[in-house]
Design a protein around this ligand. Structure first.
Ligand code: SF4
Length: 259
């Protein structure tokens, strides 16, 4: 990774080149130089996610696989979507900034979903994901899916916040027939094999560095979770956050750039 200060008091213009399975991926990043909260890097994390997903889709095509996800197919938008705290707060702020009556419409959908989950007996566990052991995640996810609760942002079976959608949504693309997504099983639905997993990496990083230590936030509870959990992640220079993210993504220590 090479970094050159574009404006030493504000941003580093950074280029990273990764070689994955013999193919090169080049990333152009603008990174805040000074003390930065993890949330300020969300646009960068979206860029990284989209870049790795595009690369992964090209790999899938090279193996003769085609992505079957299409606009107007929102079956996966009834699944349990795990997001990071920084994304939950961003979604809450985005809803807050919406003009009326849209804001009230979206908030009413969140509230209706909360009531449905309470009636189904799933709410308490969703509010405390640390109670959910690893082996319980898939059956719990299926219980959730069988409630058929649409994401509050799903409209006419399409995502109404496409540019702002969470990292987990960006990473979810399938190569099996779309009709299988209506009744998904581990065997019948196969996702694009991701070369690097940004969503999981950011969730893990935030959980470790925040006092809340929440491993993931269910998107359907994003607004109430964000209201109850202010941002407590530490401030640290942007390049340090990015080095940490790349170390976790690649499993390698990323050296500091020369002074
Ligand atoms: S944010 Fe968009 S893509 Fe993600 S679950 Fe909701 S509607 Fe679907």
């Amino acid at each position: 990774m090479t970094t050159t200060p574009e404006n030493p008091t504000e941003f580093f213009n950074t280029t990273a080149e990764l070689v994955i399975a013999g193919r090169k991926i080049r990333l152009e990043m603008l990174i805040p130089a000074g003390p930065t909260r993890l949330a300020e890097l969300l646009p960068l994390f979206r860029y990284l996610t989209d870049s790795f997903v595009d690369f992964s889709v090209e790999n899938a095509r090279a193996q003769g696989l085609e992505v079957s996800c299409r606009k107007g197919c929102g079956a996966c938008c009834r699944q349990l979507v795990p997001i990071s705290g920084i994304e939950a707060r961003r979604l809450r702020d985005m809803v807050e900034e919406m003009p009326e009556p849209r804001k009230s419409t979206i908030l009413a959908r969140f509230e209706a979903a909360r009531r449905r989950l309470e009636q189904a007996g799933l709410l308490e566990k969703l509010r405390e994901p640390r109670q959910c052991r690893a082996e319980e995640l898939i059956p719990f996810g299926m219980d959730y899916f069988h409630q058929r609760i649409a994401c509050p942002f799903l409209e006419e079976e399409s995502c109404s916040i496409h540019a702002e959608r969470p990292l987990a949504c960006r990473e979810y693309l399938v190569v099996t027939p779309a009709e299988h997504c209506a009744e998904p099983t581990v065997e019948s639905v196969r996702g694009v094999e991701l070369v690097l997993r940004t969503a999981r990496t950011i969730r893990g990083l935030e959980a470790e560095r925040s006092v809340h230590a929440t491993p993931w936030v269910p998107m359907i509870l994003a607004v109430e979770w964000a209201d109850a959990h202010p941002d407590e992640t530490p401030l640290q220079p942007g390049p340090e956050w990015v080095r940490e993210v790349f170390s976790r993504l690649t499993g390698r220590t990323i050296p500091e750039p020369p002074p």
